[in-house]
Ligand binder design. Structure first.
Ligand code: NAP
Length: 254
């Protein structure tokens, strides 16, 4: 049985990596998906793949820092598919990295906006649409960075991703009585273009794998399975969590 039949989902960061894998999985599980990112061609290709496999998807290109984009995504979900049940606010990037005193104010602001303000904007517009359906599931992509692990050179990213967890906890309490569940996933190292940019040599890749108890990093499809869990009725009593799906990077001391 499909786990998301009759559900409508918005997925940001869908042009690549975790968002791309989640879009394909959600569509396979019966969801109608609104896929979002800045790169139109990648989104169009994704919609084509989903439709070829018998699924339903529509793309909207834009920047998650932009309030009008957050609103337009919800309008698209309602206009094309009749409502909204799941918001996977996943788009993000590490932004400007380096020793904290060297980080520019504009780099700091951009990283916070890309990873944290975008989460707020998604929630701001997705929540009222879910209230109209009698409930829903808001899911955000945070990280072990800034929560269970301190990593040098990542001040803005770590602060933004930790901020997402605060947003999750506040909203879970605010909207629990209205049957909206609010959770964050905290992926460990995951084999995506972003991770390949971060670990760009074999030595660095071996180091990153070694940080994990499982001595490897995840595939985007493995992370997508956890997002599916939080989106589906398999997790009806799960809210307010910062759900580690991190291969043991947070507890590893070996
Ligand atoms: P990725 O392959 O680089 O994907 C990032 C996605 O976000 C792309 O679809 C990108 O699309 C989109 N995006 C970035 N900035 C955007 C913006 N301003 N507006 C709209 N879309 C934007 O990386 P990923 O690893 O799948 O990352 C997904 C999420 O997982 C991120 O939040 C990341 O911080 C988090 N994460 C990743 C790892 C890891 O090891 N990979 C670990 C922990 C957490 P466009 O470029 O087309 O806009």
């Amino acid at each position: 049985m499909q786990q998301l039949s009759n559900k409508v989902a918005i997925i940001t960061g869908a042009s690549s990596g975790i968002g791309y894998a989640t879009s394909r999985l959600f569509a396979r599980e019966g969801a109608k998906v609104v896929v979002a990112a800045r790169r139109q061609a990648e989104l169009d290709a994704l919609v084509g793949e989903i439709e070829e496999s018998g699924g339903e998807a529509v793309a909207l290109a834009g920047d998650v820092k932009d309030e009008t984009f957050a609103k337009a995504l919800v309008e698209m979900a309602i206009g094309r598919f009749g409502g909204l049940d799941v918001g996977f606010n996943n788009a993000g990037s590490m932004g400007e990295m380096g020793p904290t005193p060297d980080v520019s104010l504009s780099g700091w602001k951009d990283t916070i906006e890309t990873n944290l303000t975008s989460a707020f904007l998604g929630a701001k517009y997705q929540t009222p649409a879910m209230l109209g359906r009698g409930g829903g599931s808001l899911i955000f992509t945070s990280s072990f960075v800034g929560y269970t692990v301190g990593m040098p050179g990542t001040a803005a990213y770590a602060a933004a991703k930790a901020g997402v967890i605060g947003l999750v906890k506040a909203m879970a309490v605010e909207f629990g009585p209205k049957a909206i569940r609010v959770n964050a996933i905290l992926p460990g190292g995951t084999d995506t273009p972003a991770a390949r940019g971060f670990a760009d040599t074999e030595d660095k890749q071996a180091f990153v794998k070694g940080m994990h108890a499982l001595k490897r990093i995840a595939t985007p499809e493995e992370i997508a399975q956890t997002v599916l869990y939080l989106a589906s009725d398999a997790s009806t009593f799960t809210t307010g969590t910062a759900l580690l799906v991190d291969g043991g990077v947070s507890i590893n001391k070996t």
